[in-house]
Write a protein that binds this ligand. Sequence first.
Ligand SMILES: C[S@@+](CC[C@H](N)C(=O)[O-])C[C@H]1O[C@@H](n2cnc3c(N)ncnc32)[C@H](O)[C@@H]1O
Ligand code: SF4
Length: 392
Amino acid sequence: MRKSARAGSGVSNSAAPTAPYRRHSCGLYLHVPLCVSRCSYCAFVSTTELEQRGRLVSAIAGELDTLGRRAGRELRTLYFGGGTPSLLGAAELATIMAALRRWFVVAPGAEFTLEANPEDVAEERLQRWARLGVTRLSLGVQSFDENILRRLGRRHSAVKARWAVAAALAHGFTVSLDLMVGVPGEGAKQVEQSITEVLQLLPHHVSVYLLELDKPTPLAALATRCPDTFPDEDAAARAYLQVGKALVGAGYHHYEVSNFARPGFSARHNLRYWLGRSVLGVGPAAAGQVGRQRFANVEDIQLYLERLEAGSSPRAWARTLSEHELGVERLMLGLRLAQGVGEGAVQRLAPPEFCEQLQAFLALGLARRRGRRVRLTPRGWLVSSELLAYLV
Ligand SMILES: C[S@@+](CC[C@H](N)C(=O)[O-])C[C@H]1O[C@@H](n2cnc3c(N)ncnc32)[C@H](O)[C@@H]1O
Ligand code: SF4
């Protein structure tokens, strides 16, 4: 029988403040910028200099102390992303959680996600994460094809990925799995294989990302040198639609451009961003928003360490968004979601060229209207930049 990691048993806050904080609930994203090695497609802020980990953990704990003293709140969602938070050892996680619990109340039933590289998943770690109160594991599987995994520079094998997903499910975590499509070496067979494997494992949530090559990564350089190594744009789009159709056929809800969930398992933390709700950000390059205030930390890891060690703020910038900016942004984010946006908001906030293009999307079946709401279809999401360009 499955043990439940969802009950929040490890999320005790005995020393943390309570009453006034409940009025100001929010989410918190904590960026752990450590990786054993760099994957060939990845441009996330992270370092492979693992000897920095002690300084980084102290700096993150220090930032939590400063932030919490000013803005301690009840946390409805907590997300440890990266980088590779699954690399953190027991003492490092304990340091971070102690700082967090000094100033924040983790709400009963809160969603607490930890991103994990399948290679790092082990029985003892799963138990540790459950004890800490982690309720959800997001596993960077990417592919079930060994050749593709090697080309992507992943540390794990397909065999390890299968085991990691099954073990996380057996420990009672809500499990999300990342897949990438449009990757070199991908053909119809590999896409079918991904679908079969996912439907055998049946995680609660699946993220399907179309490979992005707009940042300077080794894979982007390869795409310039040897474009034939990659599926063309149409094949990548077909793969995205095919995986999506299979997931929807198996009962998953395609609730956001890249995200699919079994009923009740949409990513609550990510939904906070898409719905414009408050999220605090901690760690290098972390960003956040509270009400109309938007802010981000410096991306440079050394600068982040130096700032915190000197007792100064890691903020790169902070600014207040205007009502109009917020409204337009909600339109853009709303169109990423299956729930779409209200037509009233479109008429109030969007320029006439956007409305004309939206009519064209509706006529082509790239968007649908239901009642007073309008939403993009999966084919519409694939070409959404041609619509959203009129909003910026
Ligand atoms: C921070 S990473 C995941 C956690 C962990 N570091 C790992 O790799 O297992 C978040 C996800 O973004 C996706 N991703 C990263 N770079 C991408 C790119 N260039 N194009 C598309 N998806 C990408 C991958 O699916 C990855 O699992
Ligand atoms: S995909 Fe994950 S493990 Fe790979 S370099 Fe990026 S953050 Fe690190």
